[in-house]
Ligand binder design. Sequence first.
Ligand SMILES: NC(=O)C1=CN([C@@H]2O[C@H](COP(=O)(O)OP(=O)(O)OC[C@H]3O[C@@H](n4cnc5c(N)ncnc54)[C@H](OP(=O)(O)O)[C@@H]3O)[C@@H](O)[C@H]2O)C=CC1
Ligand SMILES: CC(=O)N[C@@H](CCC(=O)OP(=O)(O)O)C(=O)O
Length: 347
Amino acid sequence: METALRVGILGGSGYTGVELLRILATHPQAEVAAVTSRKAAGQPVADMFPSLRGWVDLDFADPDPGYLAEQCDVVFCGVPHGVAMHQVPALLERGVRVVDLSADFRIADRTTYERWYNETHAAPEWLERAVYGLPEVNAEPIRGARLVANPGCYPTAVQLAFLPLLEAGAVDPEGLVADAKSGASGAGREAKTHLLLAEAADSMSAYGVAGHRHLPEIEQGMTRAAAGPVEVTFVPHLAPMIRGIHADCYSRLQDPEMDVQGLFEERFKNSPFVDVMPSGSHPATRTVRGSNLCRLAVHQPKGGKQLVVLSVIDNLVKGAAGQAVQNMNLMAGLPEATGLNVPPMLP
Ligand SMILES: NC(=O)C1=CN([C@@H]2O[C@H](COP(=O)(O)OP(=O)(O)OC[C@H]3O[C@@H](n4cnc5c(N)ncnc54)[C@H](OP(=O)(O)O)[C@@H]3O)[C@@H](O)[C@H]2O)C=CC1
Ligand SMILES: CC(=O)N[C@@H](CCC(=O)OP(=O)(O)O)C(=O)O
């Protein structure tokens, strides 16, 4: 067997970090060599995450890029946006390849990034060199990338639902609506009042309706797919569940007679993690939990022009850690699904 890839996780004590550790624990070609946390440096990983007892025998280390570069061939960044951009250049300059799960390198246009994220970009020279890590679109450039910007969770679910339609010019690109619900783990592991059990359970609320930071990321990908301007209304919601994203994606067909089901089946026939369900299906988030799958279902109510595509993912897997490992596999020349072929957990 070839030597395993030595993998590091910058920000390993958060939700995407523990999900990366879970997935990598059974990956046949990767070995986790370093995991960082400022607060837990020096403590065994399995003390913080007893679920990994017997699987991960490492202590958390300080987030020092020099140390990570010594130990690792590839580093995943599971740190908040605004943090990764300060750490990533030092890793890249030392020859480490990086998959950044934060938003720092997703938006190629610096001005757009700075407007939506309200801060000056610390590594603008890497913005254009980063490859947007949606494997269903960019598999080839991802293979050769030094820096992959892993997509956001909502943008993954929404783009996969719209891309076939936009690439084929099948819908009005200016009348797109994405109504999406996310589980609370999408907001990370830091304490926040709106995520307390008594605030988030048994309730559902929209947020960011006037403009969520995922909107420019969604529009960037969809503009590329449509090869022209798109107009998207994006309404995210916090739903009373732990994992999962359910996106209802609305558009107007140019030709209601078009075989939309056939279009989706053809577009994703070589995508191991996109399941185009029979037309009229109702996918549930629980049918993808713990897996790297995106399940899509096409609906054409009354056979008219209005089209509804339902898209479900696990925000921590296809929306974050699983997609990041899919990208690492491509970068390493491995089959895309290596270490990711597990069925979802249900119930
Ligand atoms: N949760 C989700 O569903 C998704 C998250 N993402 C993105 O992935 C990234 C990680 O998210 P998530 O795991 O949920 O976040 P968490 O808040 O759960 O974890 C953040 C991690 O980053 C570390 N960290 C925080 N600040 C710093 C810093 N200044 N320097 C070094 N390390 C730091 C924390 O550890 P410590 O404080 O101990 O150092 C912790 O390990 C974020 O950018 C997020 O937006 C992307 C897609 C989906
Ligand atoms: C429920 C919730 O709060 N979700 C987060 C998005 C989660 C996420 O993954 O954001 P990035 O991928 O851009 O890091 C939010 O709305 O900001």
